[in-house]
Design a protein around this ligand. Structure first.
Ligand code: B12
Ligand code: SF4
Ligand code: SF4
Length: 350
């Protein structure tokens, strides 16, 4: 007869999850302290969901009061990037090339809950999610034996590298905990050195870096709803949505295999490169919704994505984007879009 841990592991693999690990649903006082000091330094920027007065991020029993365990699940999203099609295109981070993972994983975690219920022939209390609850998902994934913290602050798993999503099921099931995975970056500092905005160079020690989200291209192009500081615009380079530079240079990602999840492949979504002219010519929120609502690119809304496209067009001096930039400079009423469009046009004159 299978024990509960084996049973749950088998169900997870059967549903297509790439790795599974378990940890106790206890508070993490050290992580909590680290999190509080990180945000007190201002590094959380304007991400309100990280700024709540009474943070529960290191306290799973604040999410499920009866919780005994956290099951962490890993989903590989990596697909080989397509070669750069040239200066008329902007690059999309690998996690966003397919269908919106929030939607896909919500359904899959529900199936996971239902399968467990069926196989243990009984009820249990649980909450499952990915990136939608204020829990320190990386700390719990590490404690579940799914990997270790890299200096880019992401979790690295042997053999998957770091291109994966983390999901959790917090429940009242008592399950034997997994053994933590050992691993370290050693003397490597490639991610810190490649980061164009020095977002990983803000801590007291390069051995335990902190990330200043306000400098990270991922934050600037996705989470930030306002103007992008002028001094950072050129550093954004070709990235229209998110950034992968600190993962691209990481030796742990050298042997990463392509995802088996069809939903995360480029043909299921908008792919690795976006045509700048096409983005800049989206005239209404409805038009934007119909193009992007099935993808993670919905998050910055029309305003944010056009802002990003203007920056990339200015950085790459895209010939095809130029007429659209001129049209927007003459007709667009949104002040943030206008400001970035004028900045982009000034680059063509340099
Ligand atoms: C806010 C957020 C962001 C912010 C801030 C990122 C950050 N590093 O904190 C921004 C917008 C910049 C961002 C960017 C990205 N994100 Co994000 N993000 C989150 C989110 C919602 C919360 C993270 C958080 O609480 N940060 C606050 C800091 C203080 O917490 P922390 O990093 O966990 O801090 C702990 C460690 O520092 C730790 N620690 C302990 N020991 C050690 C040892 C070392 C060496 C280090 C460095 C740290 C460390 O102590 C802290 C407290 O526990 C999580 C989902 C979630 N709920 O966890 C996804 C999440 C972290 N993001 C994810 C992804 C995929 C990305 C991007 C790759 C997307 C992209 N391509 O553009 C980038 C990567 C940028 C980077 N280098 O981190 C994945 C990461 C998966 C993985 N392999 O680890 C997550 C887990 C989402 C998910 N469910 O899959 N993200
Ligand atoms: S995602 Fe890009 S900007 Fe953010 S820390 Fe990594 S390299 Fe720097
Ligand atoms: S690039 Fe080097 S320092 Fe950065 S996470 Fe990978 S191994 Fe660690």
């Amino acid at each position: 007869m299978l024990n509960l841990k084996q049973l749950i592991t088998n169900i997870a693999f059967d549903l297509g999850f790439d790795a599974v690990g378990i940890t106790l649903a206890d508070d993490l006082p050290k992580s909590n302290e680290h999190f509080l000091s990180w945000r007190e330094s201002g590094f959380a920027g304007e991400m309100n969901y990280l700024l709540r007065e009474d943070p529960i991020n290191a306290k799973p029993q604040r999410i499920v009061p009866e919780a005994k365990s956290v099951i962490s699940l890993l989903v590989n999203y990596y697909t080989e990037p397509h070669p750069d099609p040239g200066s008329d295109f902007g690059r999309v981070a690998a996690y966003a090339v397919g269908v919106d993972y929030h939607k896909v994983l919500k359904g899959k975690i529900k199936q996971f809950q239902e399968r467990i219920k069926k196989e243990i022939s009984g009820q249990f209390i649980s909450k499952g999610f990915s990136d939608s609850v204020p829990l320190l998902e990386k700390s719990f994934a590490r404690n579940s034996g799914l990997g270790f913290f890299g200096k880019h602050t992401l979790i690295i798993n042997k053999p998957f590298g770091s291109y994966f999503f983390i999901c959790e099921l917090i429940s009242d099931l008592e399950i034997e905990a997994s053994v933590e995975q050992t691993g370290t970056c050693g003397k490597c500092t490639r991610c810190i050195d490649i980061c164009p905005t020095e977002a990983l160079n803000v801590g007291a020690s390069r051995d335990l870096p902190l990330l200043d989200a306000r400098l990270c291209i991922s934050y600037l192009t996705i989470e930030n709803k306002e103007s992008i500081p002028v001094e950072l615009r050129e550093k954004i380079g070709e990235w229209i949505f998110g950034c992968d530079l600190c993962q691209i240079v990481c030796p742990y990602n050298n042997k990463t295999k392509e995802t088996t999840w069809e939903e995360f492949k480029p043909k299921a979504g908008i792919g690795h490169w976006l045509n700048l002219k096409e983005v800049l010519s989206i005239r209404s929120d409805e038009d934007f919704q119909s193009k992007f609502s099935h993808t993670p690119l919905i998050r910055p809304k029309r305003k944010g994505l056009i802002r990003n496209a203007a920056i990339v067009a200015g950085n790459r001096l895209s010939p095809n984007a130029l007429p659209e930039l001129i049209w927007l400079a003459e007709n667009e009423t949104d002040l943030i879009i206008r400001e970035h469009v004028l900045w982009a046009l000034s680059k063509y004159d340099d």
